[in-house]
Structures are given as C-alpha cells and as structure tokens.
Ligand binder design. Structure first.
Ligand SMILES: Cc1cc2nc3c(=O)[nH]c(=O)nc-3n(C[C@H](O)[C@H](O)[C@H](O)COP(=O)(O)O)c2cc1C
Length: 147
C-alpha cells in the first residue's frame, strides 16, 4: 500500500449558483480558494458557466474531504452534486491550486464535455471516465496558454 501522504483523492462536482457573480466576486473567491488549497496541498480547477459551477478537487484525502465539506455548506451555490469521487492515483492539476477558465475561454471540447456531464447528472449518473474530463480541461488550459 502506498503511504497515506501519496494517496490522491479526487472529488468533482457540479452545482448551481445562487447569486450572479461579478468579476470582482469571482476574483475574491479564487483568492480564498488558492490560499486555502495551497496550504492544504489541494489542486484543481473551477469552471463557471451559465450559472453552474464545475469543480475538480484533488489532494490528500482528509484535506480534500474537509474542503469539499466546507464548499458544500456554502450558500452561494446549491444542489452540490458529486459527479466523481475516487482515488485516481495521480494528480492532474499539479500546478494549479485552483485554476479558472473564464467562459469565453472554454474550448469546444470542454463545452461538449460539460453538456455530457450535465445530461449525466440529470439522469443521476456518475462520471466513470473522469480522466477524460481532466485531459480535456488540461488541453484547454494549454490552448489558452495562461498558466
Ligand atoms: C463554487 C465554489 C467553489 C469553492 N471552492 C473552494 C476551494 O476550492 N477551496 C476553498 O478553500 N474554498 C472554496 N470555496 C469557498 C468555501 O465555500 C468557503 O467560503 C471558504 O473555504 C472559507 O474559507 P475560510 O475558512 O478561509 O474563511 C468555494 C466556494 C464556492 C461557492
């Protein structure tokens, strides 16, 4: 068994925003995310599109679960629905304590992935191929070349 410190837990979820976010509010949220996640060794991404959030959190299991619990209680969004939870064995977003893709920079691939996930979630489904989503999002980041 791998030592606990090298176990990477991943949680990805979809949620519905309860407020409309201004640029400043989103920037502030990302500052909080980045500071907390960095000190907890958690990485991931956040996408905000058409009133929905899609977030990916990965890192030490205790830290990821603790942060996810806090996020779940946040009243700025609701219907927090995990679409994936598991130990993938690797970290996909090492460099990003919380990367953000603005709506205008979402690639066609990621956009279609989100549409698939949304349909899956409405059917009460779970994302079985989470690494595919990770790959699409990573490609998107590389394409916009901002990170
Ligand atoms: C969509 C969404 C995503 C969030 N993601 C994170 C996150 O990745 N890390 C984090 O620490 N807080 C995140 N938060 C904020 C938490 O809900 C909470 O406000 C924050 O962790 C409190 O930080 P504090 O304990 O330092 O005051 C998120 C909130 C929302 C609405």
């Amino acid at each position: 068994m791998a030592p606990e410190s090298s176990v990477i837990e991943t949680i990805a979820y979809f949620s519905a925003s309860t407020t409309s976010w201004s640029e400043d509010e989103l920037t502030h949220l990302l500052q909080v995310c980045r500071a907390n996640n960095l000190s907890a060794d958690v990485s991931g991404f956040l996408i905000y599109v058409d009133g929905s959030f899609l977030q990916w959190l990965e890192g030490p299991p205790i830290a990821v679960n603790r942060i996810f619990e806090k996020i779940s209680l946040d009243r700025r969004h609701t219907r927090v629905s995990p679409i994936f939870k598991g130990r993938l064995g690797v970290r996909h977003f090492t460099k990003w304590s919380m990367a953000f893709i603005p709506k205008e920079d979402i690639s066609a691939e990621v956009s279609s992935e989100i549409a698939d996930i949304r349909a899956l979630r409405h059917g009460g489904g779970f994302l079985t191929d989470a690494p595919r989503l990770a790959r699409r999002v990573t490609d998107n980041f590389l394409r916009i070349n901002r990170f």
